[in-house]
Design a protein around this ligand. Structure first.
Ligand code: SAH
Length: 219
């Protein structure tokens, strides 16, 4: 198995050290999850050698697997302890879902492009994450039957915070989402549900994600 491939596991450790820990991600659970998940199984085969590089990579259908550091930053913002139910929007390759599944109890993930759902299912099964639930659909509407969620991670940029996602957060839960008026440049934003009716907001800096397309996203 690739997990035992010395080259990939050395590259993975070096990625976590240089790109993630040194840039200030301190959460041990995040660092351990990223040492554990074999990212080379989530990129197209011909790009496996680039799996641990410090940038996003194309995964087909005009979409990308996010830069490792951004996945770490979002996972850290969710402050997971291991008992949470998490919703991941924009499954893409399935990589972020696998990282979150290493840190939480249950992960539900939604992707709008059917071919990517199939690809992500295969990637997740191959990497040993068959327990992640996948659905093809519009993630801006959330996954009402599985709500509430302790964490929601959105891997595509939205014009504003989708109301359905706020409402599917448990009290105390966090929603991490890139928000921006611009189609391609956004602010990574963490919303925390403080009570039934109150939400707090924290800014995590500028990011660049593909657009979140859907009813409560870009049209
Ligand atoms: N987390 C992914 C990165 C995916 S990029 C990974 O680890 O590989 C963002 C993804 O969001 C794309 O695959 C895109 O198709 C998807 N997407 C965009 N709008 C969406 C929506 N409304 N619902 C679900 N997925 C959406």
């Amino acid at each position: 198995m690739t997990e035992n491939n010395p080259d990939f596991s050395a590259l993975r450790r070096s990625m976590v050290d240089r790109q993630i820990a040194r840039r200030g991600v301190r959460d041990k659970r995040v660092l351990e999850a990223m040492v554990r998940v074999p990212r080379e199984l989530f990129v197209p085969k011909h790009l496996a050698d680039e799996a641990y590089e410090d940038h996003p990579l194309p995964i087909g259908y005009g979409q990308t697997i996010s830069q490792p550091y951004i996945v770490a930053l979002m996972a850290e913002a969710l402050a997971l302890q291991g008992r949470e139910r998490v919703l991941d929007i924009g499954t893409g390759s399935g990589y972020a879902a696998a990282v979150l599944a290493s840190m939480a109890l249950e992960v539900f993930s939604i992707e709008r492009i059917p071919e990517l759902v199939h690809q992500a299912r295969a990637n997740l099964d191959c990497a040993g994450f068959s327990q992640v639930y996948l659905r093809c659909g519009d993630g801006t509407l959330g996954w009402p039957e599985a709500a509430p969620f302790d964490g929601i991670c959105v891997a595509a940029g939205a014009p504003s915070i989708p109301e359905a996602l706020k409402q599917q957060l448990a009290v105390g839960g966090r929603l991490v989402i890139p928000i921006g008026e611009e189609y391609s440049g956004q602010q990574l934003t963490c919303i925390r549900r403080v009570s039934e009716t109150e939400f707090s907001r924290e800014d995590y800096g500028s990011v660049r994600f593909v657009p979140l397309l859907g009813e409560e996203g870009w049209q």
